[in-house]
Design a protein around this ligand. Sequence first.
Ligand SMILES: [Zn+2]
Length: 323
Amino acid sequence: MEHPKTLTEAIRFYADAANCVAVVKEMRWPDGEPICPHCGERRHCWLAKQMRWKCASCRKQFTAKTGTVFEDSPISLDKWLIGIWLVANCKNGISSYEIARDLGITQKSAWFMLHRIRYALANGSLEMLGGSEGGPVEVDETFIGGKPKNMHMKARLKIKQGIHANPKMAVMGMLDRESRKVRTKVIPNVRRDVLQAEILNAIETGSTVYTDGATGYDRLLLNGYLHQTVTHIQEYVRGEVHTNGIENFWSLFKRGLNGTYVAVEPFHLHRYADEQAFRYNNRATKDNPLTDYDRFMLALSQISGKRLTYAELTGKVGETESW
Ligand SMILES: [Zn+2]
């Protein structure tokens, strides 16, 4: 079957519930045959009228949504899919107000939907960046927040009343220059031990690490990395020695945060960072001409096995990744 290429085509295509189930089925179960999310059984029958399967072993029913970020949501699958299409393909982020208007759902539902999509886009990759042969990686941190206009009313009020300090949050970013992939992490502070631990976790020893002159990076050589330091006072870039790639990513990230998102609260920051990193890492390049449909399918492939409850989303409980 021809797949949709544009947003208009996607809206038309996924208006058919059977197409929605087919695409989710394809992404969740590689051989296309559903596996019972309750007990793992492969035998089942399809209840066409209810658009659900019935497990031949535990006799429980399940849908394409069960066990995914769509579960327990009253929003229909076609709206979810278009929501994913919008998030995967917008340039600088999309607000819950825009999603609500585009999909004809409430802003509250749209907010919930957006956060679940962002959760699915989180990069869970365990692959190391760089390479033992001196693979180049740019590392940099940035600070987000502190501007009351980016905060929720209640948070703003608490800051005004002096109950909370005005928080500035540190985000660490690493860009592998060869694969052109970026990875982000919200970190508690920019002390040496924190920065070093993140680098050791994510970058292969023997890689060339490009950073600014911050003292937090001064022991990279001792840890087995080649280390090149950028001095921003210099008016010119010393050949390869720069962090322009990751700085470019920060500016995209900040443009998204300031221009589109109405309220960014501290415990959601990593989700916005994940969302921006997903688009950056899956942008079209000469060697890798990804289309809107490809990005949509990549986003969709990450739904399986990820589930986030409202309590987890609002910061009351830790995240769980099991189903
Ligand atoms: Zn079962």
